[in-house]
Design a protein around this ligand. Structure first.
Ligand code: PMP
Length: 469
């Protein structure tokens, strides 16, 4: 196995002294997120990015993962930039407790107007803002728990979540997450959650269809809730795609059944659409594909088009009403200083307008069809076990010989090698273990798509050849 030692960027740009100096200054003072800092810069290069345009990070990398799944319409989108600038000249921030401001109200109205609906259910009616995805998840969990408390149902203290799910890094969000890499160390600190089997279609038995797998997992959920009758306040899940869990996808049937089962047990359904919302899986919200409306809907990431941090939790009128009382203790006192920040709300309003002006959902249909065409030949690759897609997310599962039962030895670091090989070719892929995926800004064009497809194949080949050398 060839060792990973050099910084491929330095080889690619040996004369770039300014970028080199900048990175040295960075490593003197910064502690980067989600990073073993010891790997910088030789195992894990540190990319110098001063600006971005469209799907490109300047330097020269194609942002194939939309900067942690946030970016929708490209970097430095002029309409979003203009909206932020205008808002900054008007009102940059104001406390939202006891105060109202126009962007917060207008955004809430527009989000509620486009939120998923379901026949026979009263629509989502209220919006609570937070300032990042994990904080949004905390809001939804606390709301669900507190609602039952307010009704005197003190026994409902547990959350149900899915195996292999991910909902963020704060302690409450980690407690309902099941990706060992993030969770394991903190497990002693976490509230105890109940985990139901994932409907992940990759885990289908031979001959089993994704819909059958979904029904099987739903049956296990039903049994779990029966065993814990009266103890659970909410179930949380990522509709359609478990993103951080490896872009594992499931049939919408699961969501439909989970909705039914939660109703049977009087349990709230929390849809975490932080990564899959805003057109990512083909429809505005992934829940629409099952015709399902959750009781609480968590949104963030693409909410602002990827420009500023903001989260929104949409709740039913009935949940909201459960907090109305003379007592302040029954109120939802959760707060963050930057709740409903006007700049972020203005960016989100501009982003929603772009969906209308550019007919984004319709255009994405063509882009995702083209992604499927370009990915299809890779399905035949000797070491690709699965190619799966949900709209603007497309993933490749790499295994030894393409056999699901023989994952690569993690010590071979195939994903990291592929990441480095792709960087040398001008593409920022950021594999999840040995799963490579495309989750590009929606504005990606034909040339960039072709570069992405070509680079993905070369990166896979190069990674495996290096590991086997
Ligand atoms: N939920 C899901 C489904 C996510 O993918 C993420 C982020 N990757 C989060 C929650 C947490 O969002 P944030 O990183 O903004 O805290």
């Amino acid at each position: 196995m060839r060792e990973i030692t050099h910084d491929p960027l330095m080889l690619a740009e040996p004369g770039n002294a300014a970028a080199h100096a900048w990175r040295e200054r960075d490593l003197n003072v910064l502690w980067h997120p989600c990073t073993q800092m010891r790997e910088h810069p030789h195992t894990l290069p540190l990319l110098p990015i001063a600006s971005g345009q469209g799907p490109w990070l300047i330097g020269r990398w194609l942002d194939a993962i939309s900067s942690w799944w946030t970016n929708l319409f490209g970097h430095a989108e002029p309409r979003i930039a203009a909206a932020i600038a205008e808002q900054a000249r008007t009102l940059e921030h104001v406390i939202l407790a006891g105060v109202s401001h126009p962007p917060a109200v207008e955004l809430a109205e527009r989000l509620l107007a486009i939120a998923p609906r379901q026949a026979g259910r009263a629509p989502l009616a209220k919006v609570f803002y937070a300032d990042n995805g994990s904080a949004g998840v905390e809001v939804a969990l606390k709301m669900a728990f507190h609602w039952f408390r307010n009704r005197g149902e003190d026994g409902r203290t547990k959350f149900v979540a899915l195996e292999n799910g991910y909902h963020g890094e704060t302690l409450g969000a980690l407690a309902v997450g099941d990706v060992p890499l993030y969770r394991r160390v903190y497990a002693p600190l976490l509230i105890e959650s109940l985990f139901a089997p994932s409907p992940d279609a990759y885990a289908c038995e031979p001959g089993q269809s994704p819909a059958e797998r979904a029904r099987q997992a739903a049956q296990a959920l039903r049994e779990l809730l029966e065993r814990h009758a009266g103890q659970v306040c909410a179930m949380i899940l990522e509709p359609r795609v478990q993103c951080a869990g490896g872009m594992r996808m499931h049939d919408p049937e699961y969501l439909r059944l989970a909705r039914e089962i939660c109703d049977e047990h009087g349990v709230f359904l929390i849809a975490d659409e932080i990564a899959v919302g805003f057109g990512r899986t083909g429809t505005m919200f992934a829940s629409e594909q099952a015709g399902v409306m959750p009781d609480l809907l968590c949104l963030s990431k693409g909410l602002t088009g990827g420009a500023l941090p903001l989260a929104a939790v949409l709740a039913t009128q009935s949940i909201y009403d459960g907090f109305l009382d003379d007592s302040r203790e029954r109120a939802f006192l959760h707060s963050h200083s930057y709740t409903g920040n006007p700049l972020a709300c203005a960016a989100a309003l501009a982003s929603l307008s772009i969906f209308e002006q550019d007919d984004v959902i319709q255009r994405n249909l063509a882009t995702s069809a083209r992604m499927a065409e370009l990915a299809a030949p890779l399905g035949e690759h000797a070491h690709v076990a699965d190619v799966r897609q949900a709209g603007m997310i497309l993933a490749f599962e790499l295994t030894r010989g393409g056999d699901k039962r023989t994952p690569f030895d993690p010590a071979a670091r195939i994903g990291l090698r592929a990441y480095r090989a792709a960087l040398e070719r001008g593409v920022l892929l950021r594999p999840l273990g040995d799963i490579l995926y495309w989750m590009p800004p929606y504005c990606i064009d034909e040339d960039a798509l072709q570069l992405l497809a070509r680079t993905t194949r070369e990166a896979i080949d190069s990674a495996i050849a290096e590991a086997d050398a």
